[in-house]
Design a protein around this ligand. Structure first.
Ligand code: UT7
Length: 338
């Protein structure tokens, strides 16, 4: 495990959350009519019951912009106050410009500097950490950090190994520099991040980039869709998410017993249960909404954080543990004092 990448008690606070999930629901039953699968298999192996699918005319930036508007409303900030927009996504609207540039245009955040981050399912926590560095060094005071995905655009609907797992959606937070002398709610206490590129081929979209452009000859083998070795990914996810959680808590000077709510990346209920068990945390202190949305990659954590916050699962002073794992492999964990 690499050395911790940050110090505790920094001065960035989450001051608002928002999320947007597309209206169209695709159930396990619906999928069983497309590929050889069943509600029983999907539910017992993953915990997923249904997922949301964006409309054809909706791009990732549309989902992201709606989540951003809701986060700004909840924070009580105007678009003009936003000085930085980072979008974590693997389903950018296009190769360039970045999705964040389109979000800026759509929400009117004229004073923001904008870019995307590619760290798959860990993307939101990577982006949060980058935004913290901008804020804690005094470079910016107010930022929008967004996790947004239209994964339905990367799915091979003939591959039952992957098509049942993913969905579309977006979540966002507004973070702001907090006065160190004030016990500001939403303060990010610690973050750890890690990467193991030797396992980059285990979970990937191999085609469509410079290594393997899409051609008339290769398009029929679906290179521009998600390819995953599920069991291998599962194994590393449990190990890395557990290690990252323990490290982030240690840096914050806390233990698992102090955690009020864990908000883990929503990929598989069995992964989440395994982590909760190893951290010795009862399931009442673990947030899960993957039954409704499936795996929305970079969006899972900000969407879950928004639902937990607005659903009354968080009160001032609560210790919230965020932890993610994804393609790369990448992983990250943050501890937040709500
Ligand atoms: O977000 C990034 C991180 N992602 C993850 O963390 C995902 C990690 N991996 C997983 O969640 C699980 O590995 C999966 C849910 C993807 C798969 O579960 P599994 O228990 O590891 O199943 P498996 O891949 O070992 O497949 C078991 C069987 C196979 O059949 P055979 O070879 O044993 O006859 C598969 O062909 O289940 C079969 N199978 C299915 N059957 C019905 C695979 N997908 C399906 C399906 N419906 N949708």
């Amino acid at each position: 495990m690499p050395a911790p990448s940050s110090q505790p008690f920094c001065t960035s606070s989450i001051i608002g959350t928002g999320s947007y999930m597309p209206e169209k629901v695709l159930t396990n039953e619906d999928l069983s009519k497309i590929v050889e699968t069943s509600d029983e298999w999907i539910t017992s192996r993953t915990g997923i019951k249904e997922r949301r699918i964006a409309a054809p005319e909706q791009a990732t930036s549309d989902l992201a912009s709606e989540a951003a508007r809701r986060a700004m409303a909840s924070a009580g900030v105007t678009p003009e106050e936003i000085q930085l927009i980072i979008v974590a996504t693997v389903t950018a609207d296009m190769f360039f410009p970045s999705t964040a540039c389109f979000v800026q245009k759509k929400i009117g955040a004229v004073n923001a500097v904008c870019f995307d981050i590619s760290a798959a399912c860990s993307g939101f926590l990577y982006a949060l950490q980058v935004a913290r560095h901008f804020i804690n060094t005094g470079n910016r005071t107010t930022a929008l950090v967004i996790g947004a995905e239209k994964l339905s655009s990367l799915i091979n609907w003939k591959d039952r190994n992957t098509c049942v797992l993913f969905g579309d959606g977006a979540g966002a937070v507004v973070i702001r520099r907090a006065d160190e002398s004030v016990d500001a709610p939403g303060r990010v206490l610690s973050t750890v991040m890690g990467t193991d590129g030797t396992l980059a081929d285990v979970l990937k979209v191999p085609g469509g980039g410079s290594a393997c452009p899409i051609t008339p000859e290769n398009v029929s083998s679906y290179p521009n869709t998600i390819h995953m070795e599920g069991r291998e990914t599962f194994k590393h996810a449990v190990t890395r998410m557990l290690e990252a959680s323990q490290q982030a808590l240690k840096i914050a000077g806390l233990t698992a017993a102090d955690v009020s709510l864990v908000i883990p990346h929503q990929a598989n209920a069995r992964i989440i249960n395994a982590i909760a068990e190893r951290l010795n945390l009862p399931l009442e202190r673990v947030f899960m909404n993957l039954d409704k949305y499936g795996n929305t990659s970079a969006a899972t954590i900000p969407v879950a954080l928004d639902e937990a916050s607005k659903g009354g699962r968080l009160k001032k002073g609560d210790v919230v543990l965020l932890v993610a794992f994804g393609g790369g492999f990448t992983w990250a964990s943050s501890v937040v004092r709500w």
